[in-house]
Ligand binder design. Structure first.
Ligand code: ADP
Length: 486
């Protein structure tokens, strides 16, 4: 369903409310005006009737004082023509001796006559046969408690009707005019107010994946639209960062895969160049397999990281005996270390259980121990320790230890080596993806710079942290804290 634009809806609402208000106001004014006019007409008639009755009092019944005619004419004023009066005898009959003025004699209604006989005045609206009805007051003229005459004073309601018509015409002309003017004004105002929205829409439409650096204008204004622009700009900034990360990621990934692929291609080409004996083929295939395995590991690591980044990393949560895990990894590390004449030993080992993904935690610890062995020269050693600690040292990565907050007990696994250490300026970056302090050295050892990044991701997914302290030339200490199972 196609909806009206906000501008049209705003204008319609605005105009509708204004029209309703004007109509209500007009109706109320009309009611008040009509009431005033009727009251005025009746008051005029009553005033005249009372003066005449007063002038007639004290005179013999049926006798109207001389000059009364003149008095009445003066009362009725210039518009005398549409007014009339007549005196009737107490029975309501016309008496030629009594003064009257007006075109047609008026017949008194039985109700008015009855009221007059009881001493009450009666107001009536009667149609005169002319264009406008006539308002008539029937008034008893009393003397000594006796009714002597019945006085009828009447005036045409033309003035009142004309005033009413005037008023209605004015209303009928002014209300639509006001509504049209207000509607036009409202439309212009709405357009003005919504112009920034149109601008935001246009700019937003122009922003594609390629120019995410673009920002919407008007974000500095502190109003609803400014806030909208700011929110969208923040979203764009996040998108830009995400896109940049994706781009960097794929560039790095392809770069990392390119090297082993080139090596593979070279080895295979050389092997195919001429016929070889079985032993030679076996050697080449063994080397190829090694290369393929290293690539598979890399791809797996990349997958894990991209899943973690997308928030799609699902870990199992089963009880993991950390002491056994540390022993296993130490044993594996020893085999690797023996070749390099590095010793791997366990210092302390408390039996501790955490909840988590056993194989992933093993991968984490293996990365730390492998690094320790890899970056320790022959004769050095790598030590492992597992114990509990209260509190949590804030901030994975580098830098001085921050004050720890008192939290429930944690399991701490420390991996210390007497290796080459990490320069202070590199410390903040070693947990970054693909970061290597010395890329040339790492190329030999086939390290992609993903180990610590993965370790950190796994630790954080378990609610844990990794901390590092290092002295170049003296060695490094990586401390992993994991919340203990209740
Ligand atoms: P890599 O696969 O290169 O070891 P990591 O992410 O595991 O990648 O480590 C990143 C970088 O941090 C390494 O290239 C290395 O320069 C440095 N590093 C990691 N652990 C140690 C350590 N125990 N001693 C010295 N340097 C280390």
């Amino acid at each position: 369903m196609k909806r009206l634009s906000i501008r049209a809806r705003l204008t319609l609402w605005y105009t509708g409310i204004l029209a309703a208000t004007l109509i209500l106001l007009g109706g109320a004014s009309y009611g008040l005006l009509m009431r005033g006019l009727w009251q005025d007409a009746d008051a005029t008639l009553e005033g005249i009737a009372k003066s005449v009755a007063q002038a007639a009092s004290g005179r013999p019944a049926g006798l109207i004082p001389p000059g009364m005619d003149e008095l009445l004419r003066r009362f009725f004023g210039p518009s005398f023509a549409d007014r009339f009066y007549q005196f009737l005898d107490p029975r309501g009959q016309l008496d030629p001796r009594l003064p009257r003025f007006g075109e047609e004699p008026l017949h008194i209604s039985p109700n008015a006559l009855k009221n007059a006989a009881e001493g009450y005045a009666t107001f009536e609206t009667v149609s005169s046969g002319g264009r406008f009805p006539v308002r008539v007051l029937t008034f008893p003229v009393m003397q000594d408690g006796q009714i002597v005459n019945v006085l009828q004073v009447g005036m045409s309601l033309e003035g009142l009707y004309m005033a009413r018509q005037h008023f209605l015409w004015t209303l009928a002309a002014l209300v639509p005019l006001a509504v049209v003017l207000a509607g036009g004004g409202g439309w212009l105002l709405a357009r003005r107010a919504l112009r920034p929205v149109d601008q935001i829409t246009r700019t937003a439409r122009r922003i594609g994946a390629e120019d995410l650096a673009r920002r919407l204008e008007g974000a500095e204004v502190d109003d609803e639209l400014g806030r909208l622009a700011r929110t969208l700009n923040e979203m764009l900034a996040r998108l830009e960062a995400a896109f940049a990360q994706v781009r960097r990621f794929s560039a790095d990934a392809s770069h990392e895969l390119k090297t082993p692929l080139t090596v593979l291609k070279g080895e295979i080409e050389v092997a195919l160049r001429s016929p070889r004996d079985t032993g030679e083929y076996q050697r080449v295939l063994g080397s190829v397999l090694e290369e393929v395995e290293s690539m598979a590991r890399l791809v797996e690591d990349l997958l894990l990281l991209s899943r973690a980044e997308a928030g799609a990393l699902r870990f199992e949560s089963t009880p993991v005996e950390l002491d056994r895990l540390v022993e296993d990894v130490a044993k594996e590390g020893e085999i690797l270390a023996r070749e390099q004449q590095v010793r791997v030993t366990i210092q302390t080992l408390e039996p501790l259980i955490v909840h988590g993904d056993g194989p992933r935690l093993k991968q984490l610890l293996r990365n730390l121990v492998d690094n320790g062995v890899k970056y320790t020269p022959p004769g050095g050693q790598v030590t492992l320790a597992l114990h509990t600690a209260t509190g949590f040292s804030a901030g994975a990565g580098s830098g001085p230890r921050h004050g720890s907050t008192a939290t429930p007990q944690h399991a701490v696994i420390a991996v210390r080596d007497t290796g080459i250490g990490i320069p202070p300026e590199a410390l903040p970056r070693i947990f970054d993806r693909f970061y290597r302090v010395d890329p040339s050295r790492s190329r030999e050892s086939r390290s992609a710079g993903l180990g610590l990044c993965i370790a950190k991701t796994i630790a954080e997914a378990h609610g844990g942290r990794i901390l590092v302290q290092s002295t170049p030339g003296a060695g490094s200490a990586f401390t992993l804290s994991l919340p203990l199972s209740a």
